[in-house]
Design a protein around this ligand. Structure first.
Ligand SMILES: [Zn+2]
Length: 94
């Protein structure tokens, strides 16, 4: 018997594409109201997901889609943090 495990899917706030959660980058609004890029998936708070791709990060931050999803203003620096996170993930997969 093969156990079929359902992979949790989330959609990107920028392009709306559904992808397995682990392929997306999570941005969290912590209970303290801070915005964090969460690479562990374990930070508590309200999360939004974005593809690890520059165009989605750009749209997510600059078009206010993350802000809309999280309900708070997202600082522009988060775009840079997301991009660094993407680079880290890409380096890890090499
Ligand atoms: Zn996307």
């Amino acid at each position: 018997m093969v156990k079929v495990r359902k992979v949790p899917q989330r959609s990107c706030v920028a392009c709306g594409r559904m992808r397995p959660k682990r392929e997306l980058i999570r941005v969290v609004r912590t209970p303290a109201g801070e915005i964090k890029v969460d690479l562990t998936g374990k930070v508590s708070g309200r999360g939004a997901y974005v593809c690890p791709e520059a165009p989605c990060i750009e749209r997510g931050v600059r078009e206010g889609r993350l802000q809309h999803a999280l309900g708070v203003a997202v600082p522009a620096e988060i775009a840079g943090e997301l991009q660094r996170a993407v680079d880290l993930v890409a380096a890890g997969r090499r």
